[in-house]
Design a protein around this ligand. Structure first.
Ligand code: AMP
Ligand code: GLY
Length: 420
């Protein structure tokens, strides 16, 4: 079959890499893709937020199955548009994508189905939010309601910080995302993520992971999109996983059906775990980046069958084969990230890297210029390794990263420290 993946990051490179291992895959296209993806797939330069352009591409290349990587095309209704045209598509409807695109919506779902999460209040005006904050103690978590490119959450350590956060949100700094605000209780505990496929009714867990959001070693410094990740997450033991499924995931999936907006796609639950009890921090309605890279490293080609069955509503028939393995990914980023950085520096040594079922260098922000690979984004490469132990996988990833010659890049030296 012919497969089209929408997106251009390490997530989409890893999806293409895993899917290509499945004999069902004849041709793979990625829009818009990047320089690494171009080595294993055909890249198509189109605006993936424009449903009509995506449909034209589907027709032109006789695509049988579309996989939507990032949240923006989901929020733009690209999935709905393709399904209306009877194109088999992986990714939720715009309505059910509200689990990511509206924090208020997710809180209401949790209330309705009894899923444990932080206590909260939601406000549509600066005056009411300010008055509420003044009745609360710190710390408090202030969240812009909508999609804010990962910048819409402020963990306020004192009341002044919370007040200036709501000021900023309502003064338009977050665009439409800041039309309303959710103010939450600060939850203590350890964070981990659970990924499940959902075909409307059936739920299939496909792995757990932990990421490193902060830019600096020891989880210090500014927040980023993620500087590395590993799977599985030891804190999500079988017992905690079962509680998460029973108390959070299945009730959410049922509630979405009750509301006439069944969820189909991958549901990514960010969890806070304390004393073996999980609470929901947030949902995303797509694979995490870089969490996807470690999941794909562990799942390989069987992910295609699982994604197809999800899109067809046949997830009940799917059984995944699990190896008792561990995967880790280390992000190489441009100097300056997550602040300002310059694109266009040359990356050498990539041709000398091994590439096999236990190691892959996934590209995130790269481009090709005069035959050379150059940086083209904040997060640039994802050095991903798999082994029988996390320790071994980590060792391999850090040994191989030394081969890469890119003076303008940096990476954290301690990915996986919490689990090790
Ligand atoms: P979110 O985008 O909702 O995942 O928030 C980003 C990060 O903020 C999370 O990964 C947590 O580290 C932190 N966070 C969000 N909500 C809370 C909360 N209620 N309590 C503690 N930390 C939180
Ligand atoms: N790594 C976090 C995310 O994809 O949202």
């Amino acid at each position: 079959m012919n497969i089209l993946i929408l997106g251009s990051g390490g997530r989409e490179h890893s999806l293409a890499w895993a899917i290509k291992q499945n004999p069902k895959c004849d041709n793979i296209y990625v829009a818009p893709g990047n320089a690494g993806i171009a080595e294993i797939a055909r890249c198509i330069s189109i605006d993936i937020l424009n449903p009509e352009k995506v449909l034209q591409t589907v027709k032109k290349y006789s695509i049988d199955f579309v996989i939507i990587g990032p949240e923006a095309p989901l929020a733009a209704g690209v999935g709905d548009y393709l399904r209306k045209e009877r194109i088999l598509t992986f990714g939720p409807s715009k309505a059910s994508a509200q689990l990511e695109t509206s924090k208020k919506f997710t809180k209401e779902i949790c209330d309705a189905c009894g899923a444990p999460t932080a206590n909260y209040a939601a406000f549509d005006s600066l005056e009411s939010a300010t008055a509420y904050i003044k009745t609360q103690g710190a710390p408090l978590v202030v969240k812009a309601d909508g999609l804010a490119a990962g910048k819409g959450v402020i963990v306020a350590t004192d009341i002044e910080m919370a007040l200036s956060a709501v000021d900023e949100i309502f003064d338009g700094s977050f665009g439409d995302a800041g039309a309303s605000v959710v103010i939450e209780e600060f939850m203590e505990g350890e964070e981990a993520s659970l990924f499940v496929l959902v075909d409307g009714e059936t739920v299939l867990p496909i792995g757990t992971a932990q990421d490193h959001k902060r830019v600096g070693e020891g989880d210090t410094g500014l927040n980023t999109g993620g500087m590395g990740a590993y799977s599985p997450a030891p804190i999500l033991s079988e017992a905690v996983l079962n509680k998460t499924m029973d108390r959070i995931i299945r009730p959410t999936v049922r509630e979405m059906v009750n509301r006439g907006m069944p969820f189909t796609g991958v549901l990514y639950a960010g969890l806070m775990i304390k004393d073996s009890n999980p609470r929901l921090v947030e949902y995303n309605v797509r694979f995490g980046d870089p969490e996807c890279q470690v999941l794909m490293m562990r799942l390989g080609g069987q992910i295609l069958d699982a994604l197809l069955s999800t899109a067809k509503g046949e997830l009940i028939d799917v059984k995944l084969n699990w190896a008792d393995d561990h995967a880790i990914t280390v992000v190489m980023a441009s100097d300056g990230y997550p602040g300002s950085y310059t694109n266009g520096s040359q990356i050498n040594g990539l041709a000398d890297l091994p590439s096999n079922s236990n190691f892959m260098c996934f590209h995130a922000g790269t481009a090709k210029e005069d035959g050379n690979i150059i940086s083209n984004g904040g997060r640039v490469l994802n050095i991903t390794a798999r082994s029988e132990t996390l320790f071994e996988a980590q060792k391999n990833a850090y040994e191989i990263i030394e081969i890469i010659d890119w003076p303008e890049g940096f990476y954290r030296k301690d990915i996986g420290w919490r689990a090790l």
